[in-house]
Design a protein around this ligand. Sequence first.
Ligand code: ZN
Length: 663
Amino acid sequence: MPSRHTRYLVTCCSETTQGSPLSPILYIFFNAGLVEEIIDDKQGAIGFVDDYTRWVVSDTIDQNMDILQSEVIPRALNWAAGSGATFEDNKTTLIHFIREAQLKKMPHPLQALRVGAACVPPSRSTKVLGVTLDSQLTFKEHLAQATHKAWHRVRMLSRLRGLRPGTVRQLYQSFVLSGLDYAASAWYARYLSRSTPMFMRRLVMPIERYAAKVITNCFRTVSHEAACAEAGISHSASRLATRIWKFWIDIHTLPRHHLIRKCLLQDADTPSILAHRGPTTHIAIAFGGCLTGVEVIEAFTIAPWESNTRSAIHITDDREASTKQCTNAQGKELQLFTDASRRNGLTGYSVVVWMEGQAKSWRQRTIGKADQVTVHAAELAAIMEAVDGAAFALTRTSTWRSATVYSDSKSALQVIANLGQRSGQRMVRRVHEVIRDSRRKGHRIRIAWVPGHHNIAGNEKAHQLAVETTTPERAVTLVPWLNVVFKTAALRRPPETQGKIQMERPWKTGKHLHQVDAALPGTHVRGLYDKLTRREAQVLAQLRTGHSRLRGFLAKLGIEDSPACDCGERVETVRHFLLHCPRYQSLRSEMMEEAQDRYGDMSYMLGGRSQNRRPDGSWIDGPKASWRPNVKIVQAVIRYAIATGRLISSPRNTDAAGGGGSR
Ligand SMILES: [Zn+2]
């Protein structure tokens, strides 16, 4: 072996570079002696990095044990002695796969395997790649371990001080949920089309509830559903369904010859009796069968040995420089502009050929319904068509030697430049192929970013033409290269619209919160809470949920004797505190000014969607799809509430209500 390569070997096999992309490849060589065996219906072996699995099949357990003990183990030990590897006793497990009827006839205790000096008895559960498999495949043990870990982590979240709600939620998702949801496609698949079983609810729901309370700092008395909705975190049922939906799309984007795709999707569609269904069959049943027409995303966009054409893509952050470069190049190169549009439920794009200060020719395409083709795919398609057109034009004319395609979509250009495993890969590949072919002919094609709405005439024209493609009456023309389901578009479809997904039923608890905000559960709460400090979040949560330090609520819990306000009002409610209590009249001017004619509308003032209608029957907050809360008035309300000092915990009554601040 050349010394240059041995140096690589040494650095990659040392502990510090375990994450190196080379180490799994080197492991294949290292493990080869152990794994290299015929796989048939009697025996086989597989290795995954440092995991080694060996199996034998025969008529009886005794025969199996004989083969394992007399042939397999000596061979493995031989390999270990020769290669310097060791088998760890506590990580070596023995599993018998037998029919349930035979299980009863099995002698107890079962014979153990001897591996060197160690003794390995058969086990009821074992860990494979981080998932604990139990003998009944209920995954109860796995979930118990996963929730145990998640509890440990979610408690850590509550100990972090000074974090804003948005940061806490992000930590919860990346730090707690990533571990809890790991391998959900294996253990949750069978519950996708059913309601979540009780044992799972008992394990998972308290974690969600706890996290929701840490995020908004609301009272412990707020119901589970209300707390989750307020914190902007989704229920385990919908969260896991979304996760498995993503997994399902991911397998479908693998190339057809890919081993994982073959193994997982092979029999997924064939119905089998319940007891024999594997996770992918359960998923296929839940999502209404395997997906068809999903785009294939290959391991690489351009083969490593092909010449690099990335240098043809120019992206800069300097708006002025790129504008100047574009205008200066006029007349010296062939210029093309592209743009895409998505509105009125349609997606379309335009390509403009720009010469001598005017549009020489153009193409407009309305390529699909907005829920099938994303604007990102349209931008890529436009650039692809422009590059194609430019290459063709350069071969037909002797005037130009070079051409530049200008687009104002930075994200599309980044996808073209980065060559990753991204949606729309086929179009990206085509762009690079055309650029490469043109280079061989002595032509130069560039793709450059220009800022949108920056008075570049060609860009403005492309924009105007693209917008025209999505006027309501436009008919969709089918374009062959867009006739696939893009991964980005598929991901956007909510899983509950697929097949028979069982989501949690709408919740009925949290009456006050329902009255304040008719748009829950929704993502708008993130906009309300995320930038607040913990104290501000605590105040807002009290006002919105109604679970507050006000006497009206404390009297219900039996903490205060009377619900009456100090001013003499019979019940101290959120409404009274916010709008009417004469004790704080002097503090209300900012709120009044901000709320204008909607002063007194509690939903509006607390960032919720109002249930009120105008006299003509339309919603007072306008259509649901375009509604957004007014963050300014909410902030004014929070400032008012803090100024009164009424909702902030003082050392004396911190524990009285079991408030969020008293953890
Ligand atoms: Zn009062």
